[in-house]
Design a protein around this ligand. Structure first.
Ligand code: ATP
Ligand code: MG
Length: 397
């Protein structure tokens, strides 16, 4: 029995959700179960305010590693379940602290108890004192001291109604809300640095983020596609059950290049991307679009041009990076793990499709004139019909 571990998972924001609380917690538990599905012998318990996972000593570290990638978790810790008796609790402290002591050096510790079970006959500070003094009694001669303020080691005790857990070391989680609790969105994803970060931010707000990629393979080769697939797989590890829609975009780009004012090309491409994304979102039950745009980052992201693209859709367009600078975005990409993939070299389509001087303040009326010059409705329809759907769960990570 002693090789069993108890993982304590804490969530925070869900607690604020009033009547929907159960919905959020059930969603989080389901997400955790799915992401740990291949680990054997796990047992889940969900008492008020906490999630407990019982597992073997061997799988505990892997569980903790994966829990760090699950939105909605505030922190998690590995511990052991014990009877709520001072001697038994202190014995765990001795077992963990003793190996950390060094000859002729002092080592500071403290005990912190959270008494969720208010019927337990001792209050938290009393438990701290009782357990702490037992540990100190056994290890004082080896340099152990008590310090509440700057302890080297904090032994934490959770006294619950039917389970008492002792643990140390809180591993911070992503916080936010469990994926799926807010609904599905469709994110425009390119192989760049920004869009994966934008989707990651929305996943942490409870959205399941599917991706849509506009692919220009005949001109750019497979490089872009492969990168987007890798990025989408990475994002799927945080959420599961997401899809990538790949829309062939070359016919539309060629039509715009050959028929419209060069300076307008980029905004026209983007208006088509938005239109198609909205149609696909509606088809697939996604409630909003998302992009990695940020004000002023490139010519297509001036206020005028952002308006000119938003104007072609009615769905909400989320731009979680809108006020961020590139360095802030890069820092988050590193945290997510996407940065190294995004900076892999990929083919550049500038020479073929990009104008020398893109308009920074395209006027909507002028764009609409350009759009009478090519059959965008039928091209859009064709592109959607040829769209490929990749189930990201099916691919090995
Ligand atoms: P990223 O912004 O992801 O680093 P990027 O810089 O190549 O890629 P931008 O030109 O900044 O792309 O485009 C802004 C946003 O438009 C992207 O964040 C992404 O949401 C969307 N986008 C651009 N190109 C594509 C594409 N080929 N397919 C899908 N979405 C795209
Ligand atoms: Mg960008």
């Amino acid at each position: 029995m002693n090789d069993r571990r108890t993982i304590l998972v804490r969530y925070d924001e869900i607690g604020l959700k009033g009547k929907n609380r159960d919905h959020f917690i059930n969603r989080l538990v389901k997400n955790i179960q799915m992401l740990l599905i291949d680990l054997e012998g796990l047992e889940f318990r969900v008492p008020h305010g906490r999630i407990f996972i019982h597992c073997s000593k061997e799988s505990a570290d892997e569980c903790i590693l994966r829990l760090q990638k699950i939105p909605g978790i505030a922190s998690s810790s590995v511990g052991v379940t014990r009877k709520p008796e001072f001697d038994a609790l202190a014995a765990v402290g001795v077992e963990w602290i003793e190996p950390l002591l060094q000859p002729n050096k002092t080592f500071k510790f403290c005990v912190r108890t959270n008494r969720a079970d208010k019927s337990y006959p001792y209050k938290s500070p009393e438990i701290d004192r009782e357990v702490g003094s037992r540990i100190l009694g056994q290890l004082h001669s080896q340099g152990l001291e008590v310090s509440i303020k700057d302890a080297d080691f904090t032994l934490e005790i959770e006294i619950g109604q039917d389970e008492t857990v002792v643990f140390y070391n809180r591993v911070p989680g992503l916080r936010g809300l469990p994926v799926g609790s807010s609904g599905d969105i469709l994110g425009l994803i390119s192989g760049g640095i920004d869009s994966p970060v934008a989707l990651y931010r929305l996943m942490k707000r409870g959205c399941r983020a599917h991706g849509i990629f506009f692919d220009n393979r005949p001109f750019m080769g497979r490089g872009g596609y492969d990168k987007v697939l890798k990025l989408s797989k990475l994002l799927n590890r945080y959420q599961l059950n997401s899809r990538l829609f790949v829309v062939p975009f070359e016919d539309i780009q060629v039509a715009i290049r050959d028929n419209c004012r060069p300076a307008h090309r980029v905004v026209l491409y983007r208006r088509m991307m938005y239109r198609i994304a909205q149609a696909v979102a509606r088809q697939k039950g996604c409630l909003a679009l998302a992009t990695g745009e940020s004000v002023g980052q490139v010519a297509s992201q001036t206020l005028e041009n952002l308006n000119a693209v938003s104007q072609v859709v009615d769905l909400s367009v989320f731009r979680p990076l809108i006020g961020m600078n590139k360095q802030e975005i890069i820092n988050e990409a590193k945290e997510l793990g996407s940065y190294e993939i995004s900076i892999e070299p990929h083919p550049d389509c500038c020479s073929v499709f990009m104008p020398a001087r893109p308009a920074t303040r395209a006027k909507i009326a002028d764009l609409e004139v350009d759009e009478t010059k090519f059959p965008w409705e039928s091209l859009m329809q064709e592109a959607i019909e040829k769209m490929e759907c990749v189930e990201l769960d099916d691919l090995t990570v």
